[in-house]
Design a protein around this ligand. Sequence first.
Ligand code: ZN
Length: 531
Amino acid sequence: MARERLYLFDTTLRDGAQTNGVDFTLADKLAIAGMLDELGIDYVEGGYPGANPTDTELFGKDQKLKATFTAFGMTRRPGRSTSNDPGLAALLDAKADAICFVAKSWDYHVKVALETTEAENLASIRDSVRAAKANGREVLLDCEHFFDGYKANPKYALACAKAAYDEGARWVVLCDTNGGALPDEVEKIVGDVVKVIPGGHVGSHAHNDTDQAVANSFAAVRAGARQIQGTLNGLGERCGNANLVSIIPTLKLKPEFADRFDIGVSDAALKKLAHVSHALDERLNRAPNRHAPYVGESAFATKAGIHASAIMKDPATYEHVAPEAVGNRRKVLVSEQAGKSNVLAELERIGLKADKDDPRIGRLLEIVKEREAIGYAYEAADASFELLARRTLGKVPDYFDVTQFDINVEQRNNAKNERVTVTMAVVKVKVGDDNMISAAEGNGPVNALDLALRKDLGKYQKYIAGLKLTDYRVRILNGGTEAVTRVLIESEDEAGERWTTVGVSPNIIDASFQALMDSIIFKLVKSNAPA
Ligand SMILES: [Zn+2]
């Protein structure tokens, strides 16, 4: 049976830009548009030309995407003609393949927010669609508050959608603007709409205020809609928009959808999904959500020993899809509950050959348990576990030796008589027969120590040039009689690969130093640096 085409519309750069704390630069927008294009998204909504300088500049130039590059804006204002509306003029001037208008479809909003008549709102929709079509653009209409509007006055909500469709809009998009609709309501209302407007012209725009934006998107598809709007990582104001990073793999990997629909994302592009999701977080300087479906660190992580031994026999026993399909990986957590099978599975993953009866495996398990009892967390620190395993199996070179370090924190008044805290670290390192001293100033003791340590590692410097710290987390543990500090450091290399290391000590500097050292040594091992 021939599969139907389902279209994906990304609004990360427009609706996603409404996220608290997100402020895209032009460079950000161009990079993200490029990622979306490579992924195979059909429509990339870039922003709102005329509304801010970044978006105006973005739409000042043809972006030459494979995707349909879309500009967003309002229909003409009530009481104005299309030729006498500066907002509409900016939209028509934009270098975009398509224009997505937003219009009210809830009679209450027309009266209260827009302060106009129902008839004038319909005329504004028709005139705007006609003007954009006359300019040679593909046209979409976002029907704002469609579901709430439909519940209040179905006839008027439908009339708004129908006005755009009759005027030649390619898509009429039903928006759950307040995000409160539930899947059964969405399925019923979209079902009503597609009796009037063919489903091949109907789109869904869901917000996540009840944590069901993804479910609502699928409900719309089940009822006949053939375009899904959403954002990468579910970015968006309040609780976010429908998360395309969850929607795409479900469409590709679950038979209910995969057997019925084709989307623009290829199997090869799907394998890059985890990378795309993390690259966006990196750009926004956010730590990735470990528990994100499909792409999170923990999405395919198994802890209990009994599951781990089953997973080694057949991964399908505890996995709903193959992690590799979305560019993720299976992870068997090594923790205090660990059995030998977890350790063996993890060793196999990192490519360390070990016989299950090797006494060193038993010793490694003992060390893990001892160290976890005093606060180490190996299930969160994959790289520290790998180093520990390699050391126990006798395979990590002594690349360099930090013979001494010294950190000085000083608070004083500067020349402008402002109170400032200045931190400086001095590190003595021995690489082979060379003794080196490096000093660095940082915004705190750990930062200064990190900068000094990585300033000059002699012949190893080239291997760590692309290394950077992406996250630093501190926790105070009240284990025994005394509090200890656990530091987890996440690092990233030039290829975008990430790993986490751990350090534990009553002293936060010591704990950080251990985690920093593990990170650097792990990078040298990974790069096959000569001993
Ligand atoms: Zn929205």
